[in-house]
Every structure is written in structure tokens, then in C-alpha cells.
Write a protein that binds this ligand. Structure first.
Ligand code: HEC
Ligand code: HEC
Length: 333
């Protein structure tokens, strides 16, 4: 009897019946956003786009997490304030809320905690929290908005990062073609894309890339089966724990909108999805894919691009006479 069931299910697979989603799919659709506090989100939108949070007055969160390009800068590693060369590839801010932690090595637990990082990071916005607070406090339009949102016009770093995080929580990308298919629209995917998804599952990519975000929920070694060769000096979780077994362990990146978020890997060394897929097969699963299989998986990955958040470019309140003057040409301290 058991044999028969196995035989029948194998027939189903080969007849393409499995190309319909079941309730056991390892990937779940992205849920649309519910905005709870629109005034806080509006303030956060402004701060996200405000270059005055950087020392030079030129770099905003959006410089490296450009919402016109999938929430990334499409550069191998980011360019920071004063043209500083960043050490690592910028991950997307899209769907980043709700991951197990933030950053490649997970060193920030929440978006609020994360947002405090880049403002004071010398290779990113190169400011200090004190200066950022001084700048924002000096802008009457912001003070009025803080009063509206928080009840009084006190500006502090916690309020700044809470507002930015509230904005980031709205950056979700529902309704990708893959999600439409998951929800029952069998025509949403082509035969090649469905074949790519089957291969993605059957070869074990879903061991690490699953759930709503296809990642972002655990840390895994880069180079599980074969070591990864790179000149980038980042060692992942090892940098925090000091433990040898954590060397080259990174947060598994989300694959939502991965078509937009090139180049790939923490070092940005893989320029194309084909290259990233081949390397993942080889290094994580010990599999050598044929060109046709790579094309199928890549076709599937491109179905994960969702509706991009519609953001009206915010008009920022102007500086006042009391606002510190920015000098982008100042010698770096
Ligand atoms: C100079 C470029 C740059 C700027 C400016 C910048 N970031 Fe980032 N961001 C990065 C890089 C690079 C990383 C990855 C760093 C790491 O993991 O060590 C990152 C990581 C993140 C993450 C974690 C995403 C994830 O999946 O782990 C979030 C969220 C984020 N940034 C939001 C922001 C916000 C909000 C601002 C503005 C306050 C900002 N960033 C400013 C480059 C930048
Ligand atoms: C053992 C866990 C594991 C498996 C299995 C796995 N991955 Fe990954 N994947 C990772 C980790 C960890 C990274 C980040 C590596 C790095 O940046 O150094 C990653 C990165 C990626 C990236 C780059 C994403 C980005 O934004 O930089 C893609 C694309 C990807 N994987 C696709 C796949 C595909 C396709 C498969 C199956 C062939 C697969 N992965 C199997 C853990 C895994």
C-alpha cells in the first residue's frame, strides 16, 4: 500500500500535478502592510530621505538604500560619507522588518537599533548622535512634527530611529507573480518558472531560503560544502562571537526582489543571478547545475519581485539660521 502511494505521488510529480501549490509550500506570500501610525511613518519617511543626518549633509539612508532601485545601491560595497569605501554590500531595506536580526552578522536586533548604527558609522553617514539631534532640533518644521507625533517637541536619537523604523516597516512588496501563483492563479507563472521552483525546492535551496522572505530567519555558513574564496575580510558572526565555528556565518539573505538587488553576497562579488545560483549550488549543496537548470532557477527567482512601495518623494522642512553648517569638503577627523 505504502509503495502504491509513493508510486502514485511520483506519477503526479512527473505529470506536472505538483506544479500546483499545496498548503505545504515552504514559501508563504508577503502580507500587505497595515499602517498603524501614519504621522510617525510620515516623519520617518522624511528622516529616511534627509541627508542632514550625515556629517557632510549629503548622504541619506536612501543614498545606499535607494527605493528607486530595490532598496539597495547596486554597488559591490557602499560609498559612505567623504567617499569612504564601505566594507560590505548593502542589503535591501525592503521587507527587512521581522527578520531574526539586522545586518549581515545580525549585530542589531531590531530596525530601531539598526537605524542608530549608520548615522554614527564613520564609513556610512559619519555623524554622531549628538550632532544628528542638534541638527534636527534646529529645524522648526521638524520640531513641530515631533510635537504632533510624540506630544512634545523634544528631539532625541530614540525618537529619530523609532520614526525611521516605522517608515521601514511599510516597505513591503506583496503580490509578486510568485505570490499570485501561491494564492491559486495557475497562469501567473510560466512552465520554466515552475520548473525552476521545483528545482529550488528539490535541490535543497529551501533549507535556508524559505518562509515569507525566503531568508532573513537564520544564520548559516557561506561555504557549507566547499569553502568560499573572497578577498573581503568580513568574517560574519565570528566577528561578534569570536568563536571559530562562526567564521563565514552570515544571516541568510532574503530573496524577495532579488532581481533588483544585485550584486550579490556580502562582498558583492557575484554580479548576476546566474553566477550566484551556480555558486550556491556548488558551495552550499555540492550540486553542479546545467545551464538549463540555472536558467530555470533564475527565471523562478525573478518571479519574486513584488509591488514596490509607492512613496511620494517627501518635501523636507528647511534648515534655520541655527542649523549647523555642513562642510562636505572638510578634512576627515
Ligand atoms: C553609506 C551607505 C549606507 C547608508 C548611508 C545607510 N546604510 Fe544601511 N546599510 C548599509 C550597509 C553596507 C549595510 C550592511 C552592513 C552590515 O551588515 O555590516 C546596511 C544595513 C542596513 C540594514 C539591515 C538590513 C538587513 O537585512 O540586515 C537596514 C535595515 C539599514 N541598513 C537601514 C538604514 C537606515 C535606516 C539608514 C539611515 C539612517 C541607513 N541604513 C544608512 C549601507 C548604508
Ligand atoms: C546552507 C544554507 C543555504 C543554502 C542551502 C542555499 N543558500 Fe543561498 N545563501 C545562503 C547564505 C548564508 C547566503 C549569504 C552568503 C554571503 O553573502 O556570503 C546566501 C546568498 C544567496 C543569494 C544572494 C542574495 C543576496 O542578496 O546577496 C542568492 C541569490 C542565493 N543565496 C540563492 C540560493 C539558491 C538558488 C540556492 C539553491 C541552489 C541557495 N541559495 C541555497 C545560504 C544558503
Amino acid at each position: 500500500m505504502k509503495k502504491l502511494v509513493v508510486a502514485v505521488s511520483m506519477v503526479c510529480v512527473s505529470m506536472g500535478v505538483a506544479a500546483q501549490p499545496t498548503k505545504y509550500e515552504p514559501i508563504k506570500p508577503v502580507a500587505p502592510v497595515k499602517v498603524e501610525n501614519p504621522a510617525l511613518v510620515e516623519l520617518g519617511t522624511k528622516l529616511f530621505f534627509d541627508p542632514r543626518l550625515s556629517r557632510s549633509g549629503f548622504i541619506s539612508c536612501n543614498s545606499c538604500h535607494n527605493l528607486a532601485t530595490g532598496g539597495v545601491d547596486n554597488l559591490k560595497t557602499s560609498v559612505g560619507d567623504y567617499w569612504a569605501q564601505g566594507p560590505i554590500n548593502s542589503p535591501t531595506v525592503l521587507n527587512s522588518f521581522g527578520q531574526v536580526a539586522q545586518f549581515w552578522d545580525g549585530r542589531a536586533k531590531t530596525l530601531e537599533e539598526q537605524a542608530a548604527g549608520p548615522i554614527a558609522n564613520p564609513l556610512e553617514m559619519a555623524s554622531t548622535h549628538e550632532l544628528a539631534v542638534e541638527v534636527i532640533s534646529s529645524i522648526p518644521g521638524y520640531r513641530a512634527e515631533f510635537k504632533k507625533v510624540f506630544g512634545d517637541d523634544k528631539v532625541d536619537i530614540k525618537r529619530i530611529t523609532d520614526a525611521i523604523a516605522a517608515f521601514e516597516m511599510t516597505l513591503v512588496t506583496p503580490n509578486s507573480r510568485f505570490d499570485q501563483w501561491l494564492k491559486g492563479d495557475s497562469k501567473a507563472l510560466t512552465a520554466e518558472e515552475k520548473a525552476g521552483y521545483q528545482l529550488f525546492k528539490s535541490s535543497g535551496c529551501t533549507m535556508c531560503h524559505a518562509g515569507e522572505k525566503l531568508g532573513g530567519d537564520k544564520f548559516m555558513k557561506m561555504g557549507l560544502v566547499k569553502p568560499y574564496k573572497t578577498t573581503n575580510t568580513a568574517t560574519g558572526v565570528h566577528a561578534l562571537s569570536g568563536k571559530d565555528q562562526d567564521r563565514m556565518t552570515f544571516k541568510v539573505p532574503m530573496l524577495r526582489n532579488v532581481e533588483l538587488t544585485y550584486p550579490y553576497f556580502h562582498d558583492g562579488e557575484a554580479q548576476t543571478l546566474e553566477e550566484a545560483t551556480r555558486l550556491m549550488g556548488d558551495l552550499q549543496l555540492g550540486k553542479r547545475y546545467t545551464d538549463k537548470e540555472v536558467a530555470q532557477i533564475v527565471a523562478f527567482l525573478k518571479t519574486l519581485t513584488g509591488e514596490q512601495p509607492k512613496i511620494a518623494y517627501p518635501i523636507l522642512p528647511p534648515s534655520s539660521n541655527a542649523t549647523p553648517i555642513f562642510d562636505p569638503w572638510a578634512k576627515k577627523k
